[in-house]
Design a protein around this ligand. Structure first.
Ligand code: SF4
Length: 315
């Protein structure tokens, strides 16, 4: 691993998904951001190795989302190179191929996943031997068709291909700083239109939830801080592909100040769970409580680590 520098504790940073993880379950947050750290090392403790393995699990909906984003990224490249775009059937087949590959590795490579979890795609459904119902498969199949068609039909391709858009970034990891904390922002697509608007596009393959608006509002703050763009020149477009709808958002300076203040509060909450903020050393695991929403636990990656404690807490 070129350039790998071993760290006793993970590097400190903040992201919207980190905030969501802590809000959903503090223990999940602990395993995801601390307990799994260095779990890839041959000398790792059994718990760290297991947490690292479980962190690598995926599920059918995430795989569908990843495949869609991969296809969307390729479409951005094609349109910027002036090439013709594939039709929806081609996108649909790409997504199906990706899902079939992950399904096959999950079914056939369980032993390898246990030994080398970073080498194998593993669906949670196979790892935990959960039955995938016909209804779930039908829903996934239907969603593949819907998202492929909606992606190809998006009006952003016309705006970009008319030569009216200047690409700034596509799924590019970047950070900006709030309170000396690196904040991750990875908009699916960011471009400037001819009238000087900076447009953020985010493709969603799932339902419409409030968190999505908060997430793109954070991207707007990133554009404002990193690229010095006035709030009123930023526009975000959330494309709900499986619903064939989209939401457009505009921002004021006050909106962005609110976003920043909420991020600050979240950073502060996370820091309270550390014994050493400079080194990012967490308090002991017991300080990271199990969620009260126990109904969600069987669908959580880390269920294997929590199962005994969950059973004790109900007996
Ligand atoms: S299994 Fe439940 S309690 Fe444990 S990390 Fe997951 S959501 Fe939290």
């Amino acid at each position: 691993m070129g350039g790998y520098v071993r760290r006793e504790y993970p590097q400190w940073s903040w992201s919207f998904s980190r905030h969501q993880t802590l809000a959903g379950c503090p223990r999940r947050y602990y395993y995801n951001y601390y307990g799994s750290h260095n779990g890839w090392e041959s000398t790792a403790s059994a718990e760290a190795a297991l947490a690292y393995r479980l962190k690598k699990l995926t599920n059918l909906y995430l795989v569908l989302g990843d495949a869609l984003h991969k296809s969307a990224h390729q479409m951005v490249e094609r349109v910027m190179e002036g090439r013709t775009l594939p039709d929806a059937d081609v996108i649909e087949e790409e997504i199906r191929r990706h899902l079939r590959r992950v399904w096959k590795s999950s079914r056939d490579d369980g032993d390898l996943f246990v030994r080398r979890p970073n080498r194998v795609d593993m669906l949670q459904e196979f790892y935990y031997q959960m039955e995938v119902s016909d209804a779930t498969l039908a829903r996934i199949n239907e969603r593949i068709t819907q998202v492929s068609r909606a992606l190809v039909a998006s009006t952003i391709w016309e705006e970009l291909s008319r030569g009216g858009g200047t690409l700034v970034s596509a799924e590019q990891f970047d950070t900006f700083t709030i309170d000396e904390t690196p904040v991750f922002a990875v908009p699916d697509l960011l471009y400037r239109t001819v009238d000087g608007t900076w447009r953020i596009v985010d493709w969603k393959t799932g339902e419409e939830v409030e968190d999505n608006r908060d997430q793109v509002a954070l991207y707007a703050l990133y554009v404002h801080n990193k690229h010095s763009v006035p709030a009123e020149k930023i526009e975000a477009r959330l494309e709900y592909l499986s619903l064939q709808t989209f939401t457009e958002m505009r921002f004021t300076q006050d909106d962005l100040a609110d976003v920043e203040s909420r991020a600050r509060e979240s950073i502060e909450t996370m820091r309270e769970l550390l014994i050493d903020a400079a080194e990012n050393i967490p308090k002991s695991k017991e300080n990271f409580t199990l969620t009260e929403e126990r109904g969600l636990c069987p669908w959580c990656n880390f269920y294997e680590l929590c199962q005994k404690e969950l059973e004790r807490s109900v007996s």
